[in-house]
Unconditional design. Structure first.
Length: 277
């Protein structure tokens, strides 16, 4: 089987993709984003027999050259790169600069779609970021021992339309609701910060709705939760979480639901039939 490229941002996502690809017999070349990826990824790559290269954010031409020299024709993007860094914290090389000057909108979807087109033109196809992690996609239905109670479910139903709307506008993918009032909306700060802000503004008992975009491109910016999400909810006294089934990665698998059970938090996977698009 051909060698696959892994373009790695922060968090555990890249580690899981590396493990998943190797378990399927794929050789891996890792491009670790210098400003984001964990230093521990170098040891994980070495243990997996993978080549790793540290590349600064914005050096798209270097990234493509390394992958082409390694014979890579397919690649996966995994791990967060903070949105604020993408648009204000990078010094682009000529390859990325040519992409930025042609963007019609300065948002993540537009940028990564344009990057994907440049990579395709160089013979490298971006795969779904979940390609090697299908077992970690959220299932439909109640995922914890406790199902949402009636007030929690009512807040979910109230929040779905607004969460879908902000996701469709590429503003964010997460909102917090309490008593049918939106108390926090994600923009560039990330899910954990939204959860913390909800706790500060509304006190105990907020509910979180995290959605995929109606036309979610599974190659990048896929919704992700993990043990850190549950820890943030516990600290903010958030009582329930809804995620989109089949479109949300649960990075720590069953340990996430176990942690939620310990905290008395309800988690549900919203069925695809209840989602737009």
């Amino acid at each position: 089987m051909s060698r696959v490229g892994l373009i790695a941002g922060n968090g555990r996502f890249p580690f899981l993709v590396l493990q998943g690809a190797r378990s399927l017999g794929r050789e891996v070349t890792v491009i670790a984003v210098k400003e984001e990826a964990s230093p521990e990824l170098e040891g994980a790559a070495r243990d997996a027999g993978a080549n790793l290269h540290w590349v600064s954010l914005g050096h798209l031409g270097t990234c493509i050259s390394i992958l082409r020299e390694a014979g890579v024709t397919e690649a996966v993007m995994a791990g967060q790169v903070k949105h604020v860094k993408i648009f204000s914290g990078i010094i682009p090389d000529l390859t990325l600069l040519s992409v930025l000057t042609k963007l019609k909108a300065r948002n993540t979807d537009a940028l990564i779609s344009a990057v994907a087109e440049v990579m395709r033109g160089k013979g490298i196809e971006l795969l779904d970021s979940t390609a090697f992690l299908a077992p970690l996609l959220a299932r439909e239905g109640v995922l914890t021992m406790r199902a949402p109670d009636d007030p929690e479910q009512a807040d979910f139903e109230f929040g779905y339309g607004m969460a879908d709307a902000i996701a469709a506008l590429d503003i964010g993918q997460t909102i917090a609701v309490k008593d049918k009032a939106v108390v926090a909306v994600e923009a560039m700060e990330g899910t954990d910060d939204v959860i913390a802000r909800a706790g500060q503004l509304a006190g105990p008992g907020a509910r979180v709705v995290k959605v995929a975009k109606p036309d979610q491109d599974m190659r990048f910016d896929v919704p992700v939760i993990g043990l850190a999400t549950v820890a943030a909810m516990r600290a903010a006294a958030v009582s329930a979480l809804s995620i989109d089934a089949g479109r949300t990665l649960v990075l720590d698998g069953e340990a996430v639901y176990a942690a939620a059970n310990d905290a008395g938090i309800a988690i549900v996977g919203r069925p695809r039939s209840r989602q737009r698009g």
